[in-house]
Each structure stands twice: as structure tokens, then as C-alpha cells.
Design a protein around this ligand. Structure first.
Ligand code: CP
Length: 329
């Protein structure tokens, strides 16, 4: 597996990821996907290393799949949840990180509701001169790199299971629909998909899709288009990514009602008739069934890649841990 040319020490954002880095992640994840299909699913790659999952915000998929990925690589794992930690007694986030550093942690996987916390911890680790890597597992509305990379892997593997690479996305039409304003998943996906040369169409009500999102598409191989109605966006689409309405991040009443939102922007079998016949639907989860996507569509294996995304997440996170971790031993 290719690590000798991998130089990135922390994975905090996809804004400056290169084509080489995307393809390296995809091909490394494909190798681990093969490992995960074997009877013995464990490899000794990160034996002796400590991976700490520091989750200051709730998570099901990201936390569990990073934990499983680390275990499949034979690392020792520590899992922290803020509600049962000394954060409740007033300990600061940086002191929490330094506590895990003192226990010999090599990789910190960090989720926080505020944008910038993983970067701040990475800066502190660099300032201290320690070789700890930080992986952003979702920070506020900023980025969720591992989610976008597993989405990329899911799509590319569907297009070519033997050789997933970003070239496969050139000129594919990919729609991202939903609460784009509050979505770190959308921001990371905009970086990865436009870097891959895909035509990325964002669709949402104006309150959830400000015009400033057009700036994300400047000077990228793939173009970015904004739509305030869903139907024009769906026309001839190859992939549709639906996003959760993030009510916990909404500070104002941005929608008249969930029923009206579902009528106008909810993705259903009927609306998919506008897309390419073999269109596939993704959702990062967790899903509000019957709001951003109909329950029937979510469970329809002919169209839905949602379970595949979750499965792909383990191989992709193994790849990320391996690429940043294997230089440490
Ligand atoms: N997609 C995602 O980040 O899900 P979790 O919040 O369950 O980790």
C-alpha cells in the first residue's frame, strides 16, 4: 500500500487535498475493503499505537467506524464521550487532549460542535513538538473529511470496483440537496467532488442555501451550480446526496413546515424519475425519515447506497489511520 509518498500529518479539511491524495485514499481503502472481506479481518499495521476517539458531540457512525477501523489495524483504542468525562467538572478541551497525549496517544480523532477545535488541538500538538496526528471527525458547520471520503469511495467503487479513482467522476452530475447551510458534510463533499471534476448541483430553499456557496466552486476542475428548486437540479442526475435538516444548528425559523419542506425538497421515487435511470441516492445519516428522503426510498436497495456508505466507512477510515499512522512506527 502506498505510504512512502504520503506527507500529510493531520487530516483537518479537504479544501487543499490534491488529486494524488484522493486517489491514494481510494486505492488504500480498496485494499482494506479486500482485507475486510477475508475470514480474518485484522492486520498488524498499527500494533502498539494508540488511537483516541475524542467525541465532544454525539455520533453513532463516525465514532463506531473509527473505533472498528483502529481495532482492525490492531491499534489500542480509547473512546471518550464528553458527557461522562471531566469536561463536566470544568477541564478544558486542550487539557483533555494533553491528558490523552500523556497516556501515549498517537492519533486523536476529534469531533466537536464548534468549527476549528480539531485544528486548535493539532496546532497545540505541533507547538509541543509531539508526533501526534489529528483527524477531524466533524467540527461544527466546517468540515467532515472522512464522511466525504467515504462518499467518494462509495461512488467510485460503484463505477469501478477494481480501480476506484477520481477520474471516474469527471462530468458526472451529482446533486446535493438539503440543509446545505448547516452541513459540514456538504462543504467537505463540495471540495472532493469539484476536485474530481464532477458537476455539483446544490439544491435547497434560499434560507438553507445562501448565494455565497457559489464561491466554493471557483477555480476547481468541476463546476458548482446553485438551485432554489429541486426539479431542475435533478434533471439527468447520476447521483443524489440528501442531507439531514440540522435542527440543532438552526437559530431561526428557516422553514414554514417539515411537511412543505418534504413536498418541495424531499427526495422520493417519483422525483427520481427526472434523473438518469440508474441514479443512486446517498445520505450521510442520521436520517429524518419522511423529511429529506421518503422512508420507502431510503430502504430501496435498487436506489439507496446508504448501507453501503456505512460499510465503506470502515475501510476508508482504516485507510486514513494507516496513511497518517504508519509513518510513526
Ligand atoms: N454521518 C455522521 O457523521 O453520522 P454520525 O453523526 O452518526 O457519526
Amino acid at each position: 500500500m502506498p505510504t512512502n509518498t504520503w506527507t500529510r500529518h493531520h487530516i483537518l479539511s479537504l479544501a487543499d487535498f490534491t488529486a494524488f491524495e484522493y486517489d491514494t485514499v481510494l486505492q488504500t481503502a480498496a485494499s482494506f475493503q479486500e482485507v475486510l472481506s477475508r475470514r480474518t479481518k485484522k492486520v498488524p499495521t498499527l500494533q502498539g499505537q494508540v488511537v483516541a476517539n475524542l467525541f465532544f458531540e454525539p455520533s453513532t457512525r463516525t465514532r463506531s467506524s473509527f473505533e472498528l477501523a483502529a481495532k482492525r489495524l490492531s491499534a489500542d483504542t480509547l473512546t471518550f464521550t464528553s458527557a461522562t468525562s471531566s469536561i463536566t467538572k470544568g477541564e478544558t478541551i486542550l487539557d483533555t487532549a494533553k491528558t490523552y497525549l500523556a497516556m501515549g496517544t498517537d492519533i486523536m480523532v476529534i469531533r466537536h460542535r464548534e468549527a476549528g477545535v480539531p485544528s486548535a488541538i493539532a496546532q497545540e500538538m505541533d507547538r509541543l513538538g509531539v508526533r501526534v496526528s489529528v483527524l477531524n471527525a466533524g467540527d461544527g458547520q466546517h468540515e467532515h473529511p472522512s464522511q466525504a471520503l467515504l462518499d467518494l469511495f462509495t461512488i467510485c467503487t460503484l463505477l469501478d470496483p477494481n480501480y476506484p479513482q477520481i477520474e471516474l467522476l469527471k462530468n458526472k452530475k451529482i446533486v446535493i440537496v438539503g440543509d446545505i447551510l448547516h452541513s459540514r458534510v456538504a462543504r467537505s463533499n463540495i471540495w472532493s467532488l469539484t476536485a474530481s471534476g464532477a458537476q455539483v448541483h446544490l439544491a435547497a430553499p434560499p434560507t438553507l442555501l445562501p448565494k455565497l456557496f457559489a464561491d466554493y466552486g471557483e477555480d476547481r476542475p468541476g463546476k458548482l451550480f446553485l438551485h432554489w428548486e429541486l426539479e431542475p437540479a435533478l434533471q439527468d442526475a447520476d447521483f443524489v446526496m440528501t442531507l439531514r435538516l440540522q435542527k440543532e444548528r438552526m437559530t431561526a425559523n428557516l422553514l414554514p413546515s417539515l411537511r412543505e419542506y418534504h413536498q418541495l425538497f424531499g427526495v422520493t421515487h417519483s422525483k427520481l424519475k427526472l434523473c438518469q435511470p440508474n441514479v443512486k441516492v446517498l445520505h450521510p445519516g442520521p436520517v429524518n425519515r419522511g423529511v429529506e428522503i421518503s422512508s420507502e426510498l431510503m430502504d430501496d436497495p435498487e436506489f439507496s447506497l446508504i448501507q453501503t456508505q456505512i460499510t465503506s466507512g470502515v475501510a476508508v477510515r482504516m485507510a486514513l489511520l494507516y496513511l497518517i499512522g504508519s509513518g510513526k512506527v
